[in-house]
Design a binder for this molecule. Structure first.
Ligand code: SAH
Length: 240
């Protein structure tokens, strides 16, 4: 339940630099499962028109009191404010929250989703840019859904995007080589680096819709697909 301090916050550092100067270096992403990759920092500042369709859809249907979880640079919160919607943006990155305030987000808070000092209830909870990542791994499901029950009004709902990583395991003949006895194939360990700033390793969950739906039902939620993206990704609605 801790915040990320600036010296361990590569993404926050990249966001802060881009906000100040209009450009940023490479935000590097490492994983034991993949080759080194990078996140284009300007994409973290995407406008409504630049967002993928599933994100645009989530923002369009979000209503009432909205909670944007893991809001980053505040791109979604800003777009919601421009639509005159009421949004609270939270993030564990102190640097990102500072940037959100400077960008004009009225209610940006440096707080962990699981910190019970966040005690209001919301009509809509948004988790976007593989928002299921915050669940971490399958063992994080119970904690996640219990927390959602606390934060959601009884008739509220969650919009969360994710993608099915099974394409990474596809063989030439079209079959999938997945070790069913192993850990769930969508759990990815990541570590980021921006210039000299290195972050801690964390698990980030990508989840196929059927598995999400299975766990949602276990904890009293119903999952449906709102729309599909272009590459195994989708927007899910979770409600009670
Ligand atoms: N939603 C933004 C940023 C996505 S990156 C966008 O689409 O551009 C994920 C963000 O979640 C990061 O800014 C990270 O700091 C934040 N985050 C991770 N775990 C969190 C937690 N437990 N509570 C709140 N924010 C969290």
């Amino acid at each position: 339940m801790a915040l990320i301090p600036p010296h361990k916050d590569p993404m926050g550092a990249a966001i802060a630099e881009y906000h100040r100067t209009g450009r940023a270096g490479t935000l590097r992403v490492f994983s034991s499962q993949f080759d080194e990759d990078e996140i284009p920092v300007e994409q973290l500042f995407r406008t409504f028109g630049e967002m993928p369709q599933i994100e645009q859809r989530a923002l369009t249907i979000a209503q009432g009191k909205i909670l944007d979880v893991g809001a980053g640079s505040g791109c979604h919160a800003l777009a919601l404010q421009e639509m005159s919607k009421e949004v609270t943006a939270i993030d564990i990155s102190e640097l990102s929250v500072e940037v959100m305030r400077e960008r004009g987000i009225h209610d940006a808070r440096a707080i962990d989703l699981y910190d019970e000092r966040l005690a209001e209830q919301y009509d809509t909870i948004l988790l976007l840019m593989n928002g299921s990542g915050i669940i971490g791994n399958i063992s994080g499901m119970e904690r996640f859904f219990l927390r959602m029950k606390q934060l959601l009004k009884p008739d509220g709902c969650i919009y969360m995007d994710s993608s099915d990583l099974k394409y990474l395991f596809e063989e030439e003949d079209g079959s999938y080589l997945i070790d069913v006895a192993g850990d769930y194939y969508g759990v990815v360990d990541f570590r980021m680096q921006y210039k000299q700033v290195k972050g801690e390793t964390f698990d980030w969950l990508y989840i196929d819709f059927d598995t999400l739906s299975y766990y949602a039902e276990q904890y009293g939620f119903h999952a449906e697909i709102v729309c599909q993206g272009e590459h195994y990704d989708y927007l899910a609605k979770l409600s009670r």
